[in-house]
Write a protein that binds this ligand. Structure first.
Ligand SMILES: Cc1cc2nc3c(=O)[nH]c(=O)nc-3n(C[C@H](O)[C@H](O)[C@H](O)COP(=O)(O)O)c2cc1C
Length: 356
């Protein structure tokens, strides 16, 4: 008898997740024309035993791109490519959400015919963008005008419509890891003097507007928002992360958002207070935790009620059948760092299942 909570089903509105081992979104840079390929169909289908797959970040517009070979979700050809992926995952009994992505300042003029990437404010961070000609230092971005912010919200809405047309079961707003929504939210990257900057309420406006836009397409239940408070990646900082993020979670709760995908290291230093328990108190939808979880830690988080599901990133790269491995206590394979981003089938679709 298996009494694992991690491997148990989970009902959520019209969806039924067959287990709580979710696959975290992972950029693999294998879409040379920004269009999903047949190789990607195979990759996602191989991982359809996850309770839910989050697709890799998919740019909502050509302005939203900042890495080579990442797929978009804004053009007909891209919708056609994604359709093959969602069908293959569904055929294997899986579910898949599309992660909607705009990198903002984490880009380079090379992607924009020499024009500047955009951001809430003209603030440089120390980092690189991965272009066709290799990694390049990022530049000072151009601040979006109010009209452009409205147009970007519309881009997110159109991308959600495209995701629906492509057969996705829902969408996730990529509000984590220092990309455009996080750049608006945190005060280290947002010095705007208007209604999108200054107070926490103003800084949260953009991510709430794009979440509303996605919810207008899929309904609140089938939208996920991904957040990563206190994550310094991509030069991020906020002077009051607890206040900022708990305010946002409160607003998402008021909107009856379906899913919150919360990144916080499973192992925090002893002197750092975890925010996930606070989020759990405020948020009544599904709470997914992520970052550094193994089977044991995930099982403990779910059976103690701290999370409804856990998403796994790196473990899904080399273990396409991760839920089965957890069930059978099969050994776990390690991913090859050299083939994580870009390339072909090697290190992508050639990781075998444990039982062949
Ligand atoms: C190769 C790779 C690509 C990633 N791409 C994305 C992405 O597109 N969107 C995102 O939200 N997180 C991305 N992440 C972060 C993962 O979703 C996840 O948060 C991270 O790997 C920590 O989870 P883990 O400890 O289970 O690996 C990526 C991580 C890796 C290793």
């Amino acid at each position: 008898m298996n009494s694992s909570k991690l491997l148990s089903q989970l009902k959520h509105g019209p969806l039924e997740f067959k287990n709580r081992v979710f696959m975290a979104p992972m950029t693999r840079s294998r879409a040379p024309q920004q269009v999903p390929t047949d190789l990607m169909v195979e990759y996602y289908a191989q991982r359809a035993s996850a309770g839910l797959i989050f697709s890799e970040g998919s740019q909502v517009s050509s302005q939203g791109v900042g890495y080579v070979f990442t797929p978009g979700i804004h053009a007909q050809e891209q919708i056609k490519g994604w359709k093959k992926i969602t069908s293959a995952v569904h055929q294997k009994g899986g579910l898949i959400f599309c992660q909607l992505w705009h990198v903002g300042r984490v880009s380079h003029p090379e992607f924009h015919n020499g024009n500047l990437p955009v951001a809430p404010s003209e603030i440089l961070f120390k980092g690189q963008s991965y272009t066709l000609n290799g990694p390049k230092d990022v530049v000072i971005p151009r601040a979006l005008t109010i009209d452009e912010i409205r147009a970007t919200v519309e881009d997110f809405k159109n991308a959600a419509l495209a995701a629906k047309e492509a057969g996705f079961d829902g969408v996730e707003i990529h509000g984590a890891n220092g990309y455009l929504p996080a750049q608006f939210l945190e005060d280290g990257s947002n010095h705007r003097p208007d209604q999108y900057g200054g107070s926490i309420e103003n800084r949260a406006r953009f991510i709430l507007e794009i979440t509303d836009a996605a919810m207008s397409v899929f309904g609140a239940e089938l939208v996920s928002v991904r957040l990563s408070p206190r994550n310094p990646y991509n030069g991020m900082s906020d002077s009051q992360p607890e206040e900022t993020y708990l305010y946002l979670v409160n607003q998402l709760e008021k909107r009856k958002l379906g899913i919150l995908h919360f990144m916080e290291p499973a192992q925090l230093p002893k002197d750092v207070k975890p925010l996930a328990p606070e989020v759990r108190k405020l948020f009544s939808g599904l709470l997914i935790l992520n970052m550094g979880y193994n089977q044991e830690a995930a099982e403990a988080a779910i059976s103690s009620g701290r999370a409804d599901a856990v998403s796994f990133g790196t473990l899904f790269i080399a273990n396409p059948d991760l839920p089965e491995r957890f069930k059978n206590k099969a050994p776990l394979a390690s991913p090859d760092g050299a083939t994580m981003y870009g390339g072909d089938a090697k290190g992508y679709t050639d990781y075998p299942k444990a039982l062949g």
